[in-house]
Design a protein around this ligand. Structure first.
Ligand SMILES: Cc1ncc(COP(=O)(O)O)c(C=O)c1O
Length: 480
């Protein structure tokens, strides 16, 4: 069976092959870096580093803030960003975000400013680009450095950071847009600050070329594995071996090992990575990001559940990811996996920062990332939308569970009833076998004919369902 993987690596076999072949040619490191810089048409200084985390660490070294300085940041980011801030003896102050715009609340931002606030890091999430204008004046008037984290927001060299941002970080890590399997471009407004960061970086050793070559081979294998038919076989094998897919993928794609992060960041990018970054910019097709946006719009229209889509009011969005919020993301993930769609709750990457960040916590505890990208054929996308609608609804799942009760009851009397229900309601797709106890929620369930989608199932249901009725009342306590 085909399984559509959770994310499509934004790199082609051709790009990877070109990078492999580039090992047979020679070019100067400085020359490659200056070519990379030349693609960024900006007045700002352009630094090319190992990753965004390296750039943040460089920035904090260059700023050399007094211990106890406060760094205000969007309440959703990867844990390492917060960890790096703490390593510099600064205090991260999270500001909760709005789920419709994904922007940190301007009022909360204002109220979190103190005389120790030095930096504000705003993260553009999932491919959205948040308008920075409301924050610019506030930062200026409080002498706060405005940093935008564009790690998830690269949209084909069209957004080159907000003109008033002091720093803009772009990431080209393995799962990012226009990936070079690593690397970051950091734009810096202040020449002196950029020079300081550069000088610190120049002392770092260069990351081993063999390390990058192994990474290249690993992602070549991933690219191959991500072909839906092959990924289907892979998922089945892992299931047979009782290996958790989520855990397996996140351990293989982890960029840095556990332990001290700072020492792992303090390297300059290897030449192989720089050559790939240069190649990617040279052959960049920005229309790919328009296509990604169109695909996401098409899918979200099919889904027709605007409330479940965080960031629905963002003005600019290139849909690096398509997040979907639902009460029970793990359950939805299981159901979709059975239908051939690999999704993830992403619990190992993005995290909610701060105890009081209610919206951020809600987002992280309810989000599921859906496999929506241009190579998913339209009929499959339609099928995914149908299943997401069906299974995220909750009541439909419970109806199926109620039917398990019915089929058990009927199954006791007649040998065939259970099978006919299995065939007509897709009950066979439920992960639990028919003889397991049915979920408690079915007891509180009101069902009607409209809750049942399959025509043959509808025809099998007695007339009593013409009026909504309580599932327990209808099926009888003992059968559920
Ligand atoms: C919002 C955000 N910031 C920063 C980073 C770190 O980027 P890099 O892997 O280039 O260090 C990531 C990576 O996932 C991210 O999603």
């Amino acid at each position: 069976m085909k399984v559509y993987p959770r994310i499509e690596l934004d790199i082609t076999f051709k790009d990877l092959r070109a990078n492999l072949l580039s090992y047979f040619s020679w070019s100067e490191r400085e020359e490659i870096i200056s070519q990379i810089q030349s693609f960024w048409h900006t007045q700002k200084q352009t630094l090319v580093t190992l990753c965004v985390r390296t750039s943040l660490d460089l920035l904090l070294q260059a700023l050399n803030l007094p211990p106890g300085s406060e760094i205000i940041m969007s309440a959703v980011n990867i844990a390492h960003m917060e960890e790096i801030i703490k390593k510099h003896h600064c205090i991260p102050i999270p500001v909760d975000i709005d789920l419709e715009t994904l922007a940190p609340s301007v009022d909360l931002f204002k109220s979190s400013i103190s005389n120790r606030s030095r930096v504000f890091i705003l993260a553009h999430l999932f491919g959205s680009i948040i308008p920075l204008d409301p924050y610019v004046e506030i930062c200026k008037s409080h002498n706060i450095l405005l940093v935008e984290d564009c790690a998830q927001a690269f949209d084909g060299l069209r957004y080159l950071g907000h003109p008033e941002a002091d720093i803009s970080f772009f990431s080209f890590g393995p799962i990012k847009s226009c990936t070079a399997l690593g690397g970051s471009v950091t734009l810096v407004q202040d020449k002196q600050l950029a020079q300081k960061m550069y000088n610190i970086e120049q002392i770092y050793p260069i990351k081993n070329e063999v390390w990058f070559f192994k990474r290249l081979l690993k992602y070549l294998c991933f690219k191959f594995l991500a072909i839906p038919k092959i990924f289907g076989i892979f998922v089945t094998c892992l299931d047979c071996l009782k290996i958790d897919l989520d855990h397996f993928i996140s351990s293989l794609t982890r960029g840095f090992s556990k332990g001290d992060i700072q020492s792992q960041l303090r390297y300059r990018p290897p030449k192989g990575m720089l050559r790939l970054l240069q190649y990617r910019f040279k052959h960049l097709d920005s229309s790919h990001y328009d296509q990604r946006q169109q695909t996401a719009h098409q899918f979200l229209a099919l889904l027709d559940k605007p409330d479940s889509y965080p960031g629905r009011k963002t003005m600019q969005h290139s849909y690096w990811l398509v997040p979907f919020v639902t009460a029970n993301p793990k359950l939805l993930m299981q159901k979709l996996r059975i239908e051939g769609f690999d999704t993830t709750t992403g619990t190992t990457s993005l995290t909610a920062l701060g105890e009081d960040s209610a919206q951020a916590k809600t987002l992280i505890s309810t989000v599921l990332y859906l496999p929506i990208y241009p190579s998913v054929p339209t009929p499959e996308m339609t099928r995914l939308a149908q299943f997401v609608r069906l299974y995220s609804n909750g009541s439909e799942i419970r109806v199926c569970e109620s039917l398990v009760g019915v089929s058990r009851r009927w199954g006791r009397g007649s040998g065939n009833a259970q099978t006919s229900f299995d065939e007509t309601t897709s009950l066979r797709r439920l992960p639990q076998p028919l003889d397991t106890p049915v979920c408690e929620s079915a007891k509180a369930l009101k069902i009607s004919r409209a809750d049942i989608t399959h025509p043959r199932a509808i025809s099998l249901l007695p007339e009593k369902l013409d009026k909504p009725c309580n599932a327990v009342e209808f099926f009888g306590e003992t059968s559920i």
